[in-house]
Design a protein around this ligand. Structure first.
Ligand code: ADP
Ligand code: MG
Length: 320
């Protein structure tokens, strides 16, 4: 089982940012409104994610680190309609196999919090308000070869921040802050509007130099913002796709955007955009990649057309 966890971890955890992604998924699944990420040395020494979500009941805490321990789906058919970010019950077990893990949690309505030591399995009472803090120390300590593949702390930190930004763009109503080596480096307060979050987590320029995208009525609802061609800067780090709230990379989607921009950018510059797709969960498979960053659409053409037309219409609309 230890070996299987190691292998699963290898596919799921490439670098500190992968751990950040999994822990943020869990915090959001737990209904957190405020999430604090603390990192040391680019996340290699420490990744701590603190949330004010519903917490973990004591009896679940003792089994949370077992592989396939998930509270989120009960049967295979639930996989078709899964509405949570997690569903495999693999992340914590995998992380525990490659780092020093501890989970501190107080469940809603419980009168005490408990801390679980992932190494010894020991559980003891501690003080904490309702919510969960997961601490991951010394990533890849047992596999020096993996640790050697990591880049500088600055690069790993940048990837961690990007992971938080992806989640922050998905959930404007949740507040996020990121600390590194004791310093507050990013803070995005719970936003009243999606535009406010885009301005905070990307830039004011991104909002002022983009148009609003909205296409509904078909099988794929598309909302978001797309850069105005005259202003579109040549940067490929402002390209975000979400499918049912999940950040994804997808060739069908990026091709659809490129074709919508073809006549205006002539392939000279990169479009910038943040697009949120809502689609019947039965029409997209999210269980195709260990990191869940890839999805498979049942009908790629219908998605391609929806995205392409959504952007073409937005770019053609008169602007105030
Ligand atoms: P999954 O997210 O696929 O269910 P994980 O290994 O990521 O699997 O987490 C295992 C279980 O631990 C979750 O199903 C959930 O019940 C619990 N859990 C993990 N993190 C949190 C959290 N921050 N708040 C509440 N429960 C959590
Ligand atoms: Mg999870």
């Amino acid at each position: 089982d230890e070996l299987i966890s190691q292998i699963a971890a290898g596919e799921m955890v490439e670098r500190p940012a992968s751990v950040v992604r999994e822990l943020l998924d869990n915090a959001l699944d737990a209904g957190a409104r405020q999430i604090t990420v603390r990192l040391a040395s680019g996340g290699v020494r420490l990744i701590s994610v603190e949330d004010d979500g519903l917490g973990i009941p004591r009896e679940e805490l003792t089994v949370a680190l077992r592989r396939h321990a998930t509270s989120k789906i009960a049967s295979l058919s639930d996989l078709e309609t899964v509405g949570t970010m997690g569903f495999r019950g693999e992340a914590l077990a995998a992380i525990n196999a490659i780092a020093e893990l501890s989970i501190l949690s107080r469940f809603t309505g419980a009168d005490s919090a408990f801390v679980l030591d992932g190494g010894t399995g020991e559980l003891r009472p501690v003080a904490r308000s309702v919510g969960t803090t997961v601490e991951v120390r010394e990533l890849f300590f047992a596999t020096p070869a993996r640790r050697k593949f990591l880049k500088t702390d600055a690069t790993e930190l940048a990837h961690c921040i990007e992971a938080v930004r992806r989640h922050a763009l998905a959930r404007p109503e949740v507040g996020f802050s990121v600390w590194h080596d004791g310093k507050l480096i990013e803070q995005w307060r719970a936003a009243a509007t999606p535009e406010q979050r885009l301005a905070d987590a990307l830039s004011d320029d991104f909002v002022s130099q983009s148009v609003s995208v909205l296409r509904e009525g078909g099988p794929v609802r598309v909302v978001g913002r797309a850069g105005i061609p005259d202003a579109a800067r040549s940067r490929n780090d402002h390209q975000f796709f979400y499918v049912n709230g999940r950040f994804v990379r997808d060739k069908v989607l990026s091709h659809a955007v490129r074709s919508a921009y073809e006549d205006v950018l002539h392939g000279q510059r990169q479009p910038v955009y943040v697009l949120y797709l809502e689609i019947d969960p039965a029409r997209v498979d999210v269980n195709v990649h260990p990191t869940k960053i890839e999805v498979r659409f049942r009908d790629g053409r219908e998605v391609h057309q929806a995205v392409r037309h959504a952007i073409e219409d937005a770019l053609a609309a008169p602007r105030a």
